[in-house]
Design a protein around this ligand. Structure first.
Ligand SMILES: [Zn+2]
Length: 53
C-alpha cells in the first residue's frame, strides 16, 4: 500500500515529482533529488524508495 505524504507534518520527507522537458525527477523537502527519468512513474518510485515506504 502506497501512501502519498502530501499532508505529512513538517520535519518529514515530503516528495514531489517535477517535469523537465521529456524527463521527470523526484524532489524531497529534505533537499534530496532523484535522478531524471523518462517516466514519471520511475521518478515516483525513486521518491518512494527515498522515503522508505
Ligand atoms: Zn527526504
Amino acid at each position: 500500500m502506497l501512501i502519498q505524504s502530501d499532508a505529512a507534518p513538517s520535519g518529514t520527507h515530503r516528495t514531489m515529482v517535477t517535469d523537465k522537458g521529456s524527463f521527470a525527477a523526484a524532489h524531497c523537502s529534505c533537499g534530496w533529488k532523484g535522478p531524471a527519468r523518462r517516466a514519471r512513474d520511475r521518478a515516483r518510485r525513486d521518491a518512494e524508495a527515498h522515503t522508505g515506504s
